[in-house]
Design a protein around this ligand. Structure first.
Ligand code: SF4
Length: 428
């Protein structure tokens, strides 16, 4: 059997991982661009999708219809599989591989239905997987041009553990992977890093929700996390390893020192808001004070700090937004990322949005003829964050980039909101 795994624009770790599991039995190709010639030579095509927007993407939809006309088997996998009801109504596919697919995907290709959601007449049948996979898996299928791809500067984000102890209302990590932390063995990760290096990857980032939860059992096992960084760094060099995402309540001096000694020396905190009320609404489990403390601690340890923020959370008032601006002025971050609140189906925030009238959402309220309130806040915060960086680069060009980014986010998230409202009755 010839299997092609398509992952839009980037080779995601998940796509490479499933490719590695399937390659022992089948002829597997990994694609990041749609390629009808390769598709036609395949018996099965798995679309590994990681954004709700992919479900609406015209080119992806056309490719799927093309494959079905050619009588190929087509499955959807990836984190969009959390909402198979939408996919099966929107896309003409044989099924959705739901949840973690390491155990189920090879069996589904042989005709098994565990871990598969599919349509039976007008009815949708969802068979969730019965077991969680062992995370120490065969080596991934690594494409030869891995060294050419850049995801925020890294060739690849590798997985060290799954699950998150957090409850953030906007996030799908604990819903998809569960709240229990399952970590890979250090030797397994090291073996994989060496393999990525052999295939040309230079810069690797560690992903997994919040990096320092690696090894967590009943409490944080920071020695394991530090040992992991030390070992990967000795293979790649400290300038080629990053640990993007961290929770402010899972860092301390030892962890920050390890980040300084063994990585590019940046920490990325999910700050989200400067308003304690919004942080409470988001069930973030942090507050303004904890956030400022963790930022200060990182600076004292000589680690650069970036923060990500969410604007236009459904309950965010003008006052909450201004508190976020105050926070940014006080925190003086080295970099900031701003996102308009995106409702991921099946998350609490998505349900909250579905209980509201669309017109009451800040993405549908007009700020001026050009922008909604949500887009304005996104643009304004990006510009404001720039002003408080150590070396502000504000220029007409940068204003334009930020404006376009805010507008693009607004346009994309309105599309997502349209689709969740369309399926409101079946996804809530
Ligand atoms: S946002 Fe981060 S801390 Fe919150 S649930 Fe998601 S992964 Fe966990």
């Amino acid at each position: 059997m010839r299997v092609t795994i398509y992952s839009p624009h980037v080779y995601t770790y998940g796509a490479m991982l499933i490719g590695g599991i399937l390659k022992n039995k089948y002829k597997v190709r990994l694609l990041r661009e749609l390629d009808k010639t390769v598709f036609l030579k395949s018996d099965v095509v798995i679309f590994s999708l990681y954004s709700t927007l992919h479900i609406l993407d015209k080119n992806i939809r056309e490719a799927i219809d093309f494959l079905k006309r050619a009588k190929k088997k087509v499955y959807i996998a990836g984190c969009v599989s959390m909402y198979p009801e939408i996919i099966l109504n929107e896309l003409n596919v044989d099924g959705v591989i739901v949840g973690e697919g390491e155990i189920t995907t090879p069996r589904i290709l042989e005709g098994d239905k565990e871990g598969l959601a599919y349509k039976e007449g007008d009815e949708i049948v969802i068979n969730y997987p019965k077991e969680k996979p062992d995370l120490n898996h065969p080596l991934p299928l690594i494409p030869k041009d891995i060294g050419k791809q850049s995801i925020r500067g890294a060739n690849v984000y590798i997985e060290t553990h799954r699950g998150c102890l957090g409850n953030c209302t906007f996030c799908q990590v604990p819903k998809f992977f569960g709240k229990q932390i399952r970590s890979r063995e250090i030797e397994d990760i090291v073996r994989e890093v060496k393999e990525f290096k052999k295939y040309g990857a230079k810069r690797i980032a560690i992903s997994g929700g919040t990096g320092s939860l690696y090894g967590f059992k009943k409490s944080m096992e920071k020695e394991k996390f530090i040992e992991l960084l030390e070992k990967i760094s000795s293979i790649l060099g400290k300038n080629n390893l990053s640990v993007p995402d961290m929770r402010v309540d899972y860092v301390d001096e030892d962890i920050l020192k390890a980040i300084k000694d063994y990585t590019i020396g940046w920490v990325f905190y999910g700050i989200e808001s400067g308003s304690d009320k919004i942080l409470k609404d988001m069930k973030k489990g942090t507050n303004r004070e904890k956030n400022l403390y963790a930022i200060q601690l990182a600076k004292e340890m000589g680690v650069k700090v970036a923060g990500s923020f969410i604007v236009a959370y459904p309950t965010e008032s003008e006052k909450d937004y201004l508190l976020t601006k105050d926070f940014i002025a006080e925190a003086e971050l080295d970099d900031i990322f701003v996102s308009i609140a995106e409702p991921i189906p099946k998350t609490e925030m998505c349900d909250l949005i579905l209980d509201m009238n669309k017109e009451d959402l800040l993405l549908y309220k007009t700020y001026n003829h050009n922008l909604s309130v949500a887009e304005f806040r996104c643009y304004d915060l990006l510009v404001y964050g720039e002003m408080f960086k150590p070396n502000p680069r504000l220029s007409p060009y940068l204003y334009k980039i930020y404006l376009n980014e805010a507008k693009q986010q607004g346009e994309d998230i309105r599309k997502i909101i349209d689709i969740i409202f369309k399926y409101k009755d079946i996804i809530k």
